[in-house]
Design a protein around this ligand. Structure first.
Ligand SMILES: [Zn+2]
Length: 509
């Protein structure tokens, strides 16, 4: 089962296409690193919502004579990412100028890393509906972001392009995979897992909708069994995980149709139009030769030293993949539960907090509570309060609720009501249970009369059960629960009902 379930999954290319062609997909992600200042100057990166061009200086405006200095934190973030993906590191790396002309690039070049990336040869492992996949990561390197172009129309109707340099020079990490992704779903899952990992290690907020994580995919097809790569097309403008899956799926179909019709494909960059659900041509692709990379003369080479690297390794938190593995092995959670909890920060906080105050509670019960009624309610509230899950409710209260259920003092039906009231009003579990007079009835003799009344009042269900429809017993259990205001122990009720029904049934002699 997949770790992530969606209400409506984008449709996959038809299986007839996938039987004939193998999609070969490489993914490039640019993510903004979480630093206080920009990559090569001391301008603040807290420019979200600020008036345009208020976070600038001669360096990030590209004024002649301005000299860059390296942001140490940004370098550490790429190294930390490299450690998380088990990459290798060069002893020395350097900076290069990537030359191209565009109005959002004041210097006429971007400072980047070309020949020697800060981290290389890593890997990321994640779950898909076809099982776990491990994708090789070619490289992760550092570079600077461009300014932002704003296209608008003036009061007198002229169309103008405005430039906001606040983002110019913000630190960017580029992460490139090997062409080892082979489905639209895997492309989406890779991006989701990468976001989860980047957030867990604290190097980026990686919010796709806010442009902090930009995903591009190189897609080509080759006939099944072929070794050679087909013509690859780069897709941009995918602003959500869902659009990554849709865009790649659409591109696979588009290329298959062209190949089937004998039409040649062009190496090009295509944009994704989410509204139309199709890709469109943006430009015929540049090659790296066009960028005329050359060494950056204003910055010294960067030396990666072992002690510093070990310090970063020691600070690395538990990674999502390791946490999932621990949850399924040590805590015996299902892969599905582990996946859901680890990918949801609110649920994760609650799960860990409840287990911390109730270490003797079965993790499976805690997981059910967190992913079930409580998780759903908390998620809704979490959207409105950044305080998160534990701010909503003391973990001790939830542990108390679970203990009452497990000790047989509170029925699960009643526990649901207690939980709803606790979430809505914040009153303690103990006070709600007392006020409502909830206590679970597990004593068979105390339930016998009610069971008999329900059997007498529902001859149709009794007949159904005896006619070989065992599911009819569920209706009868429900009737007993209703008659006892949810206080009956459902398991005891079911056993008692079954005993009566089977005993009095000549067919079951
Ligand atoms: Zn600056």
């Amino acid at each position: 089962m997949t770790a992530v379930r969606q209400a409506t999954r984008p449709k996959s290319p038809p299986s007839s296409v996938l039987e004939r062609y193998e999609p070969v997909i490489g993914i490039e992600v640019h993510c903004q690193l979480r630093t206080a200042s920009k990559m090569f100057c001391s301008c603040s990166t807290a420019y979200d919502g600020a008036p345009p061009n208020t976070h600038t200086c001669p360096v990030c405006l590209g004024l002649p004579g301005a000299l860059p200095t390296i942001n140490r934190r940004a370098v550490e973030h790429v190294l930390t990412t490299g450690l998380a993906i088990e990459a290798t590191f060069p002893e020395t790396t350097r900076w290069e100028r990537k030359n191209y002309f565009y109005p959002d690039l004041p210097k006429g070049y971007q400072i980047s890393q070309y020949a020697i990336p800060l981290a290389a040869a890593g890997r990321l492992t994640f779950e898909t509906s076809e099982g776990a996949i491990s994708v090789g990561i070619t490289r992760a390197h550092l570079e600077e972001d461009t300014a932002k172009l704003i296209h608008s129309t003036t009061a007198d109707g002229r169309r103008v392009s405005l430039i906001d340099f606040n983002r110019s020079g913000a630190p960017l990490m580029e992460i490139v995979t090997e062409p080892e992704v082979h489905s639209a779903e895997a492309a989406r899952r890779y991006a989701e897992e990468l976001q989860l990992m980047l957030r867990a290690i604290g190097v980026s907020d990686a919010d796709m909708e806010r442009g902090q994580m930009r995903v591009e995919a190189n897609v080509s097809l080759r006939p099944r069994g072929a070794k050679e790569f087909g013509t690859r097309v780069e897709i941009k403008n995918m602003n959500s995980f869902r659009s990554v899956e849709r865009a790649v799926g659409h591109e696979i179909e588009r290329q298959a149709a062209a190949l089937d019709a004998g039409e040649p494909l062009v190496q090009e960059t295509r944009g994704w139009d989410d509204g139309r659900g199709a890709t469109y041509r943006m430009r015929v692709k540049e090659t790296s030769d066009d960028y005329r990379y050359f060494p950056e003369p204003d910055l010294p080479p960067l030396h990666v030293e072992a002690p510093g690297l070990e310090e970063l390794r020691a600070r690395l938190p538990e990674l999502p993949s390791a946490r999932r593995a621990r949850y399924t092995s040590d805590l015996v959670l299902s892969a599905y539960d582990a996946g859901v909890i680890v990918s949801d920060p609110a649920m994760l906080t609650a799960f860990e907090a409840i287990l911390a105050v109730g270490p003797q509670l079965p993790p499976k019960e805690v997981a059910n509570l967190v992913t079930g009624d409580y998780g759903r309610a908390a998620k809704e509230i979490d959207l409105r309060t950044p305080a998160g899950l534990v701010g909503l409710s003391e973990p001790g209260e939830l542990a108390d609720l679970l203990r009452r259920i497990l000790d047989g003092k509170l029925s699960r039906a009643n526990a649901k009501e207690v939980l709803a009231e606790h979430i809505a009003k914040g009153s303690s579990v103990a006070s709600i249970v007392d006020a409502r007079g909830f206590r679970q009835i597990s004593d068979v003799s105390a339930l016998a009369a009610t069971v008999d009344e329900v059997l007498a009042a529902n001859p149709a269900a009794v007949a159904d059960y005896r006619a070989g429809k065992p599911q009819a017993i569920r209706f009868l259990v429900g009737q007993v629960m209703k008659a006892t205001r949810g206080q009956a122990n459902a398991a005891v009720v079911q056993a008692t009902l079954r005993e009566r029904l089977d005993a009095a049934d000549p067919g079951h002699a």
